[in-house]
Write a protein that binds this ligand. Sequence first.
Ligand SMILES: NC(=O)c1ccc[n+]([C@@H]2O[C@H](COP(=O)([O-])OP(=O)(O)OC[C@H]3O[C@@H](n4cnc5c(N)ncnc54)[C@H](OP(=O)(O)O)[C@@H]3O)[C@@H](O)[C@H]2O)c1
Length: 269
Amino acid sequence: MVVRTIITGATGSMGAAACEALAAKGVAVLMACRNIKKAEAVRDGILSRYPAADIEIRQLDLCSMASVREFAESVAPGSVDAIFHNAGAISRRYELTADGLEKTFSTNYFGPWLLTSLLLSKMPQDARIVSMVSLSCRYVTLCEHDLQPTEKDFSQLGSYARSKRALLSFSLELARRNPGLRVNLADPGIVATGLIDLGHWFDPLTDFLFKPFCNSPEKGVQPALRALEASQTSPRYYVGKGAKTIPGRYLTPELDAKIWAGTEAVLSE
Ligand SMILES: NC(=O)c1ccc[n+]([C@@H]2O[C@H](COP(=O)([O-])OP(=O)(O)OC[C@H]3O[C@@H](n4cnc5c(N)ncnc54)[C@H](OP(=O)(O)O)[C@@H]3O)[C@@H](O)[C@H]2O)c1
């Protein structure tokens, strides 16, 4: 039986849709959000439709490792058995967090990495961990030096894709190190949300031309919802209506081990 699912970024388009879909099924949800007012509005909307929903809100800013630690400390052992790493961002410019991490990498990779590591011992050995990745992962290569891009290395989409590729690598290495865990990847396709506005003057034009052909948030989140119900312990790639074996291009155990070690080194600095 599912105890409680953490959804990061539950104020976002797909996060809120996931929250509502789980609440509708009677699954308790812990919304892990940086903006509490926005989270309360999402929760209140869901409660108006599902009055019996069990939804809690707690502060989590993935651009602050102190916030990640504080959040993890607030979780009681045995109170959570699934994490949906849904929060994600595409930074418009090169910026470092107070921890010295590039912001896109902090949100999409280091925050989820640290959160999972801190919560593992508080969750059952067959806990579910689902990470939202992206088709952009297939267009980039990754090495351990990419975890901390310099300003010269940075580009909006390049850093986003590499941070998601790192999350994918982390998920597969996590599954190797913890064979009982149910770790899976979800790819929502291209979804009409604010995330894909890159701050260009022509965004309204591309929105007009492009967004009608994108998935809705409710549709985009379906692969993740199916991944959250998965019972198998070998990771799968949920996309569209299917659940594929992990594509060969992502089967890079040596790289995954190096990325893991590199991450530990960065986070212990
Ligand atoms: N949209 C797409 O086409 C697409 C495609 C592939 C993958 N994805 C992935 O799907 C996931 C959901 O994206 P979406 O399209 O639903 O985007 P969204 O509507 O922009 O939602 C993003 C969520 O992440 C949260 N977030 C951002 N930075 C954070 C931080 N530092 N700490 C905590 N939370 C933070 C946002 O919080 P605030 O509400 O406070 O801003 C928001 O709740 C992301 O991981 C994204 O990379 C999206």
